[in-house]
Design a protein around this ligand. Structure first.
Ligand SMILES: [Zn+2]
Length: 312
C-alpha cells in the first residue's frame, strides 16, 4: 500500500485535558476518552436505547462506564447515522436509533460547559481511520456498506464535507439504467446492487445467508455475489478516480457480516486490472482493506471532531 502523505496533523494549539468521543450506532454506542494527542485512554460500550430520551440515557450510561460524566471533558464529539447538520449538531432521520429530529448538540451542551460537536458517523469514521490506523495516512476513503452506502474522504489530511456536508453520499448514483427500481425513484442505484437493504431482500427470497455468501458455491449465491462485487467494485473505483486515496477502507454491517467479502472485492478488482493497463496502473486491488475489528475508529474520529471544535 503506497502512502503518499502523512496522517492529519493535530491542531497546533491542542487543548489540554480529556476529550470524549461517542459513536452512536443502531445496536451499540461506543465511547472513548482520548488525550490531546488522540491516544485512547479508556473505552466502553453499551447497547443503544432508541429515541431522544433513550439516546441521551445511553450516553450517560456509557460515560458512567468510563467512570466519568459529561462535565469532566475538554470537548465532546459525537458520530451518529442520519442527516446531521454539523454546524448546529442537529440530527434528522436517524432511523436506526429512532431519532426523527433532535438538536443533539444542544441537548448535550445544556449539561456541560465544553464544546460539543456532532457529525455523521461515516465522516467521523473516516477521520478516525486517518488518525488511528497505522499506514493509512492523510489520503483515505472510508466506504461504509451498511443498510445504505456512503463514503467519506480525507484528502491531504482534511475531511471533505462539500457544500452541505453531503460529499460522499454515493448510494443513489444510478449506475444501471435498466436495473432494479430504487425507493428513491431512480433505477439501478448503487444501493440496489450492494446495500444491505437490497442484498438482504434478495438473499431472504433465495434462502441464502450473507455470512457465508463470499464462499457459497450455490448458483443463486454465485449470481448474487457477482452483483454485490460489481457494486462494491464500482464504489471503490468511484472513490479512487475521485480522490486517489492511498487506502480504500471498507466497513459497515454488510462488510463485517459477509466474512471474506473484501478479499473477494480485491480479487474482482485485480481481474479488471488484468484486462486494462489503465486500471493496472491505478492498482486499486492493492489499496482495498477492511476496517479492523476491535479498534474504535468511529469513536476516535468523533473525539477528533470535538477536538477540532474546541480549538477552532
Ligand atoms: Zn436510489
Amino acid at each position: 500500500m503506497a502512502v503518499s502523505t502523512p496522517r492529519p496533523s493535530l491542531p497546533s494549539s491542542a487543548a489540554r485535558g480529556l476529550h470524549l468521543g461517542l459513536d452512536i450506532g443502531g445496536t451499540k454506542t461506543q465511547a472513548v476518552i482520548v488525550n490531546a494527542r488522540l491516544a485512547t485512554l479508556a473505552e466502553a460500550s453499551a447497547p443503544t436505547r432508541p429515541g431522544p430520551e433513550g439516546v441521551l440515557a445511553t450516553i450517560d450510561e456509557v460515560t458512567g462506564l468510563l467512570g466519568a460524566n459529561l462535565t469532566r471533558f475538554a470537548s465532546i464529539g459525537v458520530g451518529i447515522p442520519g442527516l446531521v447538520d454539523f454546524r448546529t449538531g442537529r440530527v434528522r432521520q436517524a432511523v436506526n436509533v429512532g431519532l426523527r429530529d433532535l438538536d443533539l448538540a444542544a441537548a448535550l451542551a445544556a449539561r456541560t460547559t465544553c464544546p460539543v460537536r456532532v457529525d455523521n458517523d461515516v465522516k467521523a469514521t473516516a477521520l478516525g481511520a486517518a488518525y488511528a490506523l497505522p499506514g493509512a495516512g492523510g489520503d483515505l476513503v472510508y466506504l461504509n456498506v451498511g443498510t445504505g452506502i456512503a463514503l467519506a474522504a480525507v484528502v491531504d489530511g482534511r475531511l471533505l464535507r462539500g457544500h452541505d456536508n453531503a460529499a460522499g453520499e454515493i448510494g443513489h448514483l444510478a449506475v444501471d439504467p435498466g436495473g432494479d427500481l430504487c425507493p428513491c425513484g431512480q433505477r439501478g442505484c448503487l444501493e440496489t446492487l450492494a446495500a444491505g437493504w437490497s442484498v438482504s431482500q434478495r438473499l431472504a427470497q433465495a434462502g441464502l445467508d450473507l455470512a457465508s455468501l463470499a464462499d457459497d458455491p450455490a448458483p443463486a449465491a454465485v449470481s448474487e455475489r457477482r452483483r454485490l462485487l460489481r457494486g462494491l467494485s464500482l464504489a471503490a473505483s468511484l472513490a479512487a478516480l475521485s480522490f486517489d486515496p492511498a487506502t480504500i477502507l471498507f466497513g459497515g454491517g454488510v462488510i463485517t457480516t459477509a466474512v471474506g467479502l473484501v478479499e473477494k472485492v480485491a480479487a474482482h478488482l485485480a481481474e479488471q486490472e488484468a484486462g486494462s493497463s489503465f486500471l493496472a496502473h491505478l492498482g486499486l486491488s492493492r489499496r482495498v482493506v477492511q476496517a479492523p475489528a476491535g479498534l474504535p475508529i468511529a469513536a476516535i474520529g468523533a473525539a477528533a471532531l470535538g477536538f477540532a471544535e474546541s480549538v477552532g
